[in-house]
Design a protein around this ligand. Structure first.
Ligand SMILES: NC(=O)c1ccc[n+]([C@@H]2O[C@H](COP(=O)([O-])OP(=O)(O)OC[C@H]3O[C@@H](n4cnc5c(N)ncnc54)[C@H](OP(=O)(O)O)[C@@H]3O)[C@@H](O)[C@H]2O)c1
Length: 347
């Protein structure tokens, strides 16, 4: 049994971590840490958890206990730099949901995050935790949980890139997110009156998830033409990703599908679909639904995830389970029916 610290546990992703910790059979207790809500009760921050999660007082981030066995860090980017180096040095498991350790190159933080990294020695020590790919956790206690857009994009693309990178001319990703992707702090352009009935592209060619996606595609063998356009949807949760891939030569759709089935054979969270998925099929779950559609030299791969679960807290809990060698559904799913046959699933 372990004890867990959730740093930044009063935010959107924190709420799911709290629910998963409560349901997890091997977590004996957990404490929540935050800044402005320190001293408040959990039930006043999250009234919807009354009756399902025991109340506790939110602790200050100034007093993080070193007695926990594992830490989830769910802070705005830049803030985790203040806490992760000392927590990591205790050899306890640290899982960062933010972007502060995802990039391997220190210089990319100045360009994309506008700060100088203060613990760059950890960039090579961390493991990038795309939890449905096989990850070697043996030489690290720092897991950098992928961003929400990179999760949807990379799960859709990596099996293709790993096996057919020489056949790819270009990859163009169009991704659509609900407004919870920006966290709970108020922003004028995310207000209901701005977003109701509206869709818009934002941060075009400037989104900081672009270097993260490019980094992981390069590791898998592809470092050529890549575009990434992010859009806001008038919904709260979910990310829908459409990847358009132009090929040098025609490929066989069945051999591509076989690659995906093989790559994800041990993953109980990837569902390969015969039709493009609906976002509603995955919202409130840790699943990523994927469809592959080839026409001549154009391949369209669509994926759908819940940004707060598969794109954040569900994946983080999955990483913790896998790190400790536990069943990866613990805390996340109640059902025993967690083995997905890698036959294609019809809608
Ligand atoms: N939202 C998503 O879809 C998503 C997906 C993947 C990854 N992420 C990443 O996960 C992290 C958390 O995201 P979120 O959406 O949960 O954010 P959020 O809703 O804004 O919550 C942020 C949390 O951090 C605390 N906090 C804010 N400023 C702080 C400071 N200076 N010192 C200490 N605590 C502070 C807040 O608590 P108080 O206000 O009570 O202090 C709150 O608990 C971010 O790095 C984000 O990029 C988010």
């Amino acid at each position: 049994m372990i004890s867990v610290g959730i740093i930044g546990g009063t935010g959107y992703t924190g709420k799911y971590l709290i629910e998963y910790c409560t349901k997890h059979p091997y977590i004996k207790d957990f404490n929540i840490y935050a800044k402005t809500s320190a001293g408040e009760n959990l039930h006043s921050v999250f009234p919807q958890l009354v009756g399902t999660v025991e109340d506790q007082t939110i602790n200050s981030v100034e007093n993080i206990s070193l007695n926990h066995d594992a830490y989830f860090i769910a802070l705005p980017h830049g803030e985790s730099l203040n806490y992760i180096p000392s927590l990591e040095s205790t050899n306890k498991l640290v899982i960062d949901l933010g972007g502060d350790y995802r990039l391997d190159e220190e210089s990319l933080y100045e360009k994309w995050y506008n700060y100088t990294h203060s613990s760059s020695y950890l960039l090579s020590k961390k493991v990038y935790g795309l939890a449905d790919e096989s990850i070697d956790y043996t030489n690290t206690n720092l897991i950098s949980n992928p961003g929400c857009y990179p999760t949807g994009s990379l799960l859709a693309l990596l099996p293709l890139v790993k096996n057919f990178s020489e056949n790819i001319l270009s990859i163009s990703i169009s991704a659509y997110s609900g407004t919870s992707g920006a966290g709970k702090s108020p922003k004028a352009d995310l207000m209901l009156s701005e977003m109701d009935g509206n869709v818009k592209a934002y941060n075009v060619n400037k989104h900081r998830h672009l270097p993260e996606i490019a980094q992981e595609l390069a590791k898998a063998g592809y470092n050529r033409n890549l575009s990434f356009t992010t859009h806001l949807l008038p919904i709260s949760k979910g990310i829908y990703t459409t990847c358009s891939i132009h090929l040098k030569n025609e490929l066989d759709e069945n051999s591509i599908l076989e690659t995906y089935k093989n790559d994800y054979t041990n993953s109980n969270y990837i569902r390969l679909r015969t039709t493009p998925p609906d976002l509603s099929w995955v919202v409130n779950t840790n699943y990523c639904d994927i469809n592959i559609c080839l026409s001549g030299k154009t391949l369209i791969i669509t994926s759908a995830i819940d940004n707060l679960i598969k794109g954040a807290s569900g994946q983080a809990m999955q990483n913790m389970n896998q790190y400790f060698g536990w069943e990866n559904t613990l805390g996340i799913m109640d059902s025993k029916l967690n083995v997905i046959d890698k036959k294609l699933i019809s809608a």
